[in-house]
Design a protein around this ligand. Sequence first.
Ligand SMILES: [Zn+2]
Length: 506
Amino acid sequence: MRTRTTIPLAVAAVTVAATALVGGTAVAAAPAPATPSAAAAASTEHVVVIGIDGALLDRIAAADAPNLDAMIASGYSSKTSLYASPMAPTLSGPGWATNLTGVWPDKHRVLSNTWGTTTGLDRYPDFLTRLERANSALTTYADASWNPIVDGSVGTPLVQTVDQRYAASSDADAAANAVSTLRTTGPNASFVHFDDVDHAGHSYGAASQQYLDAIAEVDGYVGQLRAAVQSRPTYSSERWSFIVTADHGHTDAGGHGGSTPAERSAFILKTGPGIAKQTPAIRPKNVDIAADVLATFGVARPADLDGRPLATVSTDPFDTMVGALRPRVDETGIPAGTLGWTHSMPSGWSVDNTGMGTGGVTEWAGWSLTTDEFWTQSQRDQSRETNVRERGVFAVADSDEWADKTHTGTFDSRITSQPYSVAGKTSATVSFGNHYRQDGTQRATVLVSFDGGAFRQVASYASDHIAQTASVPVTVPAGAKQVRVQWALTDADNAWYWAIDDPQVR
Ligand SMILES: [Zn+2]
């Protein structure tokens, strides 16, 4: 917990168009594609993504919100957590861009609420635009109470290509337009945004009755949207799913943008055909919403999309240890009821701490398994919050947190994988989530051992690798049958950390 220099936020200066907000008006749609796909088929699938700005899942239960309560009682529901600075602040621009594009802010580059036109949105468009490009016969609709999502007033609209778009003058106006559109047009894919919960959060705080009242109000709009869909004459022959999410949370006193768990907090609810009540043990991420919608319509997911469909089953060996996670021992800032660390390892995995000093913070004495919720609360604002591409349970070697209690020696720990078959191969690729911060003499190395032989280095890191995915090519010796992979964090004296996840050998 020693004082750290804040990493500068790498925000390019942007020129903000001085366009006035236009409330309650339909915004001119982007030009239609020159060659619409005549062969593209209509779909019976329909998805309505509802965005409730600044809403906290924990406060829905306390509010008079029967429609959202019913979604939680019958469908998929989970908390999620977002990034923090220096990747992006917990603001609406980055939050809605993440939900709509399915990539994190280091790709979509919407880093504020005045994001301008120099972003990554051209390369990473919203899911409505991706649906239109894949199949222009699909009908799409976007309706936002916070107009910059659809109107381009502060930069590239977050929804770029869509059949119908509406910049609403209020949440009531947004709801009225959505009710009418869902009942009549019945678009295949819709995004409808409500802003009043965020307004109440700013004015009165998330702990206030006014914040609960705003959730109740928006809950009524959610009910109106669902009723509008059910009133369609063709409803019985259509498939409708509803997803509800948020762009950030709020502090009890009101406000967001920072790195507290409440500000980083969001959630995903989903109901629809084939979805049973469930709260997944491995939490989804907000980037999954776009991936899930694309999957609903059978549209291929680009390889560089960060999200995955909500029903995806984890194949990460670390996630098998979710039931072994324990409460804090020496850490003091993490709530006592939060389960989030263990030195137990998955079957076939081991940790070698023979080079470690003694003492230190128990939770981080050598490689540990942990979660975002637990690890980020050990100390905020040191880029642990930007470990956005690792999910569920991941492995951490954290020399900085370990050194916060009396200890001798340095941090020197090695985690070794289960054996992977390489029989008959001449090469393999070791891939893993790679979130690494360099400091001092700290060394991070990846090593491999074939059939019990000596470990030899295949990769090392001497500079920051934030929210990366590593892909390390390995030559397989003739006749080798199995390989083990080792990640070693050594010579670390109150330095930084290394977090790895989802290791694979292909
Ligand atoms: Zn706000």
